[in-house]
Design a protein around this ligand. Structure first.
Ligand code: IFM
Length: 479
């Protein structure tokens, strides 16, 4: 008779992996098992993963695409880690079909991707490049054929360089141009795409791009950042109208990055500083999007940086049908007398578990953020449009990656979503950032967020352990 050990080794690898995984959980009590977690969500929940055009596509000169501000920025000396660019990235523009197979293999029910504006309207004259649209047309067909629901983001930071040269987001004309671009994409894809996000993270592209200079186009000018944010709000409103006109029944919204800001102490000065940062980073974007105009306390903080702006114009915006929330972390805030920061605050960084981005792992912050948004803004529907973590991901010789930290991160954050849902928050979808390791902007290829490892030398894809865990969760999720 075979020994227990021999029987163990004779089991199919998948069974072994499954039990090893369970033993790992029982011993470390890290998170609920995938099937127990999946059972907390309803049928029809949009389980997915997200990506963005410049971060994965490569082929930056193919089929009529022309440069975006990120091509220019990443090719400028000293702007990105090791001078890395998105020229090749994950080569997804050529490997998209294989990548859709990968999504199907993971069991994704939804996929969030962005359209590269410079593929669709490469030049300042607004001429439509049909070959650029063909790419997304084929992608949408392939997704639907696999039962994967497309969620389209129109702008994930790759502004055509030609428009930047006319003033880009600082020029009020961008509002009409963005609406025209939205109509163009909607006319091509709107017969099949129902879920639309206009902008990804206007706070990040305005502040990091125009006030801090860390992102394209690399300016350091708070007034420019506020002008950009203002035009972004108006562009969102105009594009939302265009999408609703072109696509009957469309669900339209945008993705906001929301950080949970908490005071570093209970001192009144720190409490006030945390509220100020929440105001300049979160409320400055939430309030207008829900048609409330800009928050008066934050308008006071920005003061004459806002001179000449028609702030009331954002009052015409109507609430999104779906709000995308990109959540990653919490930040602890203390008061600081730094004249260059309108919020006069500093971030405190205690030694707590962090990802390689330096971001605290704080799943509770996701539940609190969801409850707060539900209580204060009551969106009809919320999707977690991004959530995930970068870790070192040392690969074995065969490319395999054991990444229990990422699995624990995802499991604990998905549990936080389930808790919020139990409390009545209408969350209808969850997208891991990201499907693939990819180009992390100024951080180049140094930060890996994927469920799937990408070997950038060979472009080989290998599902990480966290990806297998997510597949198990999705297989158990009610259909
Ligand atoms: O990679 C980015 C993404 O493009 C926008 N949200 C945050 C992610 C991680 O930094």
């Amino acid at each position: 008779m075979a020994s227990f050990q021999e029987m163990l080794w004779a089991w199919p690898a998948s069974t072994l992996e499954k039990y090893a995984w369970r033993a790992f959980h029982w011993s470390r009590d890290l998170s609920p098992l995938p099937d127990a977690l999946a059972a907390r969500f309803p049928r029809g929940f949009a389980w997915g993963a997200a990506t963005a055009s410049y971060q994965i596509e490569g082929s930056t000169a193919a089929d009529g695409r022309r440069p975006s501000i990120w091509d220019t920025f990443s090719h400028t000396l000293g702007r990105t880690r090791n001078g890395e660019t998105g020229d090749t990235a994950c080569d997804h523009y050529r490997r998209w079909s294989e990548d859709v197979d990968l999504m199907a293999d993971l069991g994704l029910r939804a996929y969030r991707f962005s359209i590269a504006w410079p593929r669709v309207q490469p030049d300042a004259d607004g001429r439509v490049n049909e070959r650029g649209l063909d790419f997304y047309d084929h992608l949408v067909d392939a997704l639907l054929a696999r039962g994967i629901e497309p969620f389209v983001t129109l702008y994930h930071w790759d502004l055509p360089q030609a428009l930047e040269e006319l003033g880009g987001w600082r020029d009020p004309e961008i509002v009409g141009r963005f609406a025209e671009y939205a109509s163009t994409v909607a006319r091509r894809l709107g017969d099949r795409v129902r879920h639309w996000l206009t902008l990804n993270e206007p706070q990040v592209f305005s502040v990091l791009g125009y006030a801090f200079g860390h992102h394209a186009p690399g300016l350091r000018d708070w007034r420019a950042a506020l002008l950009v944010a203002h035009h972004a709000h108006l562009a969102h409103g105009a594009a939302a109208q265009a999408l609703r006109r072109e696509v009957p029944g469309a669900r339209v919204g945008l993705a906001l990055n929301l950080v949970r800001y908490e005071p570093a102490s209970q001192q009144p000065a720190d409490l006030a500083a945390a509220d100020r940062v929440d105001g300049t980073s979160n409320r400055w974007f939430l309030d207008p999007v829900f048609g409330r105009g800009y928050p008066a306390d934050v308008t006071d903080l920005f003061g004459d940086l806002l001179d000449g702006l028609d702030l009331d114009a954002v009052r015409s915006l109507s609430a999104p049908d779906l709000l995308g929330i990109n959540y990653y972390t919490r930040e602890l805030v203390r008061a600081a007398d730094d004249a260059s920061d309108p919020a006069r605050a500093a971030i405190v960084r205690p030694a707590v578990p962090r990802t390689t981005m330096g971001w605290e792992v704080y799943p509770e912050g996701l539940r609190l953020t969801l409850e707060r948004v539900h209580r204060q803004y009551a969106p009809a529907s919320i999707v977690i449009s991004e959530n995930g973590a970068a870790y070192p991901d040392l690969a074995g010789a065969d490319g395999s990656v054991s990444d229990p930290e990422r699995t624990a991160y995802l499991a604990s954050h998905i549990a936080a979503v389930a808790d919020a849902r139990d409390g009545g928050v209408p969350v209808d979808g969850y997208f891991v950032w990201s499907l693939l390791d990819n180009y992390e902007w100024a951080e180049g290829y140094g930060q890996r967020f994927g469920l799937v490892r990408v070997d950038y030398e060979t472009q080989r894809r290998t599902v990480k352990e966290s990806g297998s865990w997510y597949r198990e969760l999705l297989a158990a999720a009610p259909r």
